[in-house]
Design a protein around this ligand. Sequence first.
Ligand SMILES: [Zn+2]
Length: 396
Amino acid sequence: MSGTRRLALAGGTIYANPDDDPIRDGVLLIEDGKIAAAGSRSALEIPQTFRRLDCSGRTITAGFWNSHVHFFERKWANAAEIPAPELARQLADMLTRYGFTSVFDTGSEWRNTRRLRDRIEAGEAPGPRIRSTGEGIVPPGALPPDLVLHMMGAMKFPAPEAADDAQAAAAARRLLEEGVDGIKLFASSPRTAPLPQSAIQAAAAEAHRAEKPVFVHANSGADVLTAVRGGVDIVAHTTPHSGPWDETTLTEMQQRQVALTPTLTLWKYYARHDRFSTQQQVVETALGQLRAWLRLGGTVLFGTDLGAVEYDPGEEYSLMAAAGMTFRQILASLTTTPARQFGDENRLGRIAAGFDADLVVLKGDPSAEIPALARVECTLRAGQVIYPLAGSPAGC
Ligand SMILES: [Zn+2]
C-alpha cells in the first residue's frame, strides 16, 4: 500500500457520476483521504504540494461495489491466522484488482468474516470496505452435503435453520445482536419445504427494526414472489431455471421497490458442463428476466456471487450490456445505486468534494468498450492505493 496525504490524478477522463457527461482531460485532487476537487485541467490548477499521477488515456470513476460476494472459500478460513502478505494477495486477486472498494458479503461464517474485516480496517492488509449478513438463514436440512461444499471449495460452518415464524425471527435477532449488517434468507432448497412467507416476514421485520437490509436467495419465480411479499429488499439472483418471470412477480417487485443483483455469469458457469444449447437457453432466460426488470425501471445492483464463480467480472459486464444496459446504467449499478441502497450516498459512490476518495483508474474507455470496466490500472480507498500492491507503471 502506498499513499500520500495530497495526490492529484491528472489528465484522465473523469466520470464524477453516471448521470453527468464526463470531464475530459480532468484533474482530481485528493487530500487526507477525501476528494478535494475535480474539474477540467484548464479550470483547476494542481497545487505544488500535491504528488502528481499521470492518468492520460485513463478513465476515473468512483470505487466499485460488488453487492453479492461470499468470504466462504477455504482460503478465508481462520482469518486471524492468515499471514498479512498472503491476505493482501488474496484480497487483491478477488476484489481490488477489479476495482471493488466496497462489498456486501451475503453468506459466510460471521465470526470469521468480521475478523477479516477487522484486519483490513486495522491496516494489516489493504482491502475493501466489507458489509456482511453473516450466516444465511435456511430451511431445515437445506445445507448441501459436506462433499458438495468441499467440491465448491467452501468452508464448512453451520447455518441457522428456521421452519416457522418464531424460529426465523429468533435466528434473525441473534445474528443482528452479533452485529451483522443485513439478513440473508434462503427461500427454498431442492431437498426441503420452502420457508413460508410469514417466516420471511418475521425475519425481515427484525432486520428492518434494526434498519438493516434483507437479501433473498430465490430458486424460482415463485420464490421471488413469496420473498418480495414477505418484505425482502434485495433479490440476490435472477432465477433462469424456472422460466421467465410473470407479470405479477415483476409488478410486485416494482411496487415494493426491491433491488436485483442479476448474477448472470453464475448461470453460465454452472451450466458449463451442459450442452451448448442448454447453456444458451439458461443464459437467455436470465437475460430476459433482467430485460423485463429494466423495462419496468427496476433497480439493479452489480453483484456476481463472487466466491462461487471465477473472479473476473468482465463477462458479467458484457452480459449486462447484452441485456440492454448502457455503460452509464452499469456504472450506476457499481457506484451510485449501491451507495444509495446501503445508506452511503453522502460519502461514497460519486466523485464529489468531501466524499471519501474511493476511486478506480481504468485503462481505456469503458463507455466505448464495456470490457474496459474490468481492466483496472489502480484502485484507491480513502485516498490510499490498495491495488496494485507494489505500485504500477503509471506511478500508483
Ligand atoms: Zn450467493
